[in-house]
Ligand binder design. Structure first.
Ligand code: SF4
Length: 382
């Protein structure tokens, strides 16, 4: 436990969700994390941090992620020694997933011209400093003294100015299993309302709401190459499946065709006119599928805009302030809040079950958990 009087919104959410889980993980309490990475969390964090360095410093997200994954593997080897093959395989699958998500994301933005695409957003602040916490105002009906003051610490992905209408928005990346499912969870998102309030305090501009950068944790399928070929002035070229059951996107399909044309043009001396001619032949042959995918839109990513009203922001401030009063009380009662889904995904299931059975979790905490490491996005070597 600490004398820190600062709360973070993820910590508040954890407290409201399950106090037992919060007690294990919070910087105000035991501040622990699993030694072996939880794969969905590992992927989400890696992708998130890679996009932070892209928008904050213009760095290559793929190169960042490569370094991040290497560092994680080295750190894991140092603390855990050799991993079991199954653990290593899961980790490698996670690394592969994240790399491909970032590759696909870059392709997507290359063609995205929608209102909230990168080309219409000016990233005016990313990783706003959190070394001086903002003081959360007490509710108007509160009659206590300043001793009850609560600091709010945060790590914003960024704030953007939309150049088409000069409005300001918090920009927040979320990785998820299903974009539709995630969107339904965002309507009363406490984090979003608090970030809008915090960004207004720090930047002195009106924030309209949040633009969520939603990313599905899935790799699109690569269309399979067929035996049938098409004749071109530069030799026959393979063709690709146009099956609608292939879960892919316009960007990926076009990228495959472009890559094939580029390769053949390079074999023929690398002339741009040859490349363009081959691309056009391939586009014509696969036009129906390309048009179909274009009309369908990219189902792997979405920029989802959510306006935050003044009442929503006020209510969020009151919720966080009241929760913080309990969180900062060293004698706050700790108890579990079991629930099927949340317990299945909980990082602290094993020590929680030990307590449930009347046992002492200290041994398992010592063997399988470590003090949480602070967030340190490194771009060294990029
Ligand atoms: S397993 Fe369930 S009840 Fe236990 S700490 Fe995790 S979320 Fe809470």
């Amino acid at each position: 436990m600490t004398n820190d009087h600062t709360v973070h919104v993820t910590d508040v959410l954890s407290f409201l969700n399950c106090r037992q889980q919060w007690d294990f993980s919070s910087h105000l309490r035991q501040y622990l994390e699993r030694k072996t990475p939880v794969i969905p969390f590992f992927v989400g964090k890696g992708v998130h941090d890679a996009l932070d360095v892209k928008y904050e410093r213009g760095a290559d997200p793929a190169a960042f992620f490569h370094q991040y994954a290497q560092d994680e593997l080295v750190a894991l080897h140092r603390t855990e020694g050799e991993l079991w093959d199954t653990e290593l395989d899961k980790l490698k699958d996670g690394i592969d997933l994240a790399k491909n998500m970032l590759w696909h994301y870059e392709l997507w933005q290359r063609y995205d011209t929608s209102t909230n695409s990168d080309q219409n957003l000016k990233f005016i602040a990313t990783e706003l400093p959190d070394d001086t916490p903002l003081m959360i105002p007490a509710p108007p009906d509160f009659a206590g003294s300043e001793e009850w003051g609560v600091g709010f610490g945060l790590r914003l992905d960024g704030v953007v100015q939309r150049t088409t209408d000069n409005t300001y928005w918090v920009f927040e990346t979320k990785t998820c299993r299903s974009i539709g499912e995630r969107k339904t969870m965002l309507a009363n998102d406490l984090q979003a309302a608090m970030y809008c309030w915090a960004a207004e305090q720090m930047l002195g501009v009106t924030i309209s709401g949040v633009i969520y950068n939603l990313m599905r944790k899935k790799i699109p399928s690569i269309p399979s190459q067929l035996n049938a070929t098409i004749s071109t002035p530069h030799g026959n070229l393979p063709t690709f499946s146009v099956a609608k059951s292939t879960d892919t996107t316009f960007e990926v399909y076009k990228h495959i065709l472009d890559g094939l044309a580029d390769k053949r043009a390079s074999e023929r001396g690398g002339e741009a006119t040859v490349r363009d001619q081959l691309r056009n032949i391939l586009y014509d042959h696969h036009r129906a599928r390309l048009e179909d995918l274009w009309a369908q839109g990219n189902t792997y990513f979405e920029r989802y805009e959510l306006v935050k009203s003044r009442p929503q922001i006020r209510r969020a401030l009151h919720t966080v302030w009241h929760a913080a009063q309990d969180m900062l009380d060293p004698n706050v009662p700790i108890y579990p809040r079991p629930g099927g889904l949340q317990c299945n995904y909980c990082h602290f299931r094993a020590p929680c079950l030990t307590i449930d059975n009347g046992g002492d979790p200290s041994r398992i905490l010592e063997e399988e958990y470590q003090p949480r490491r602070p967030w340190t996005p490194s771009v060294e070597g990029l």
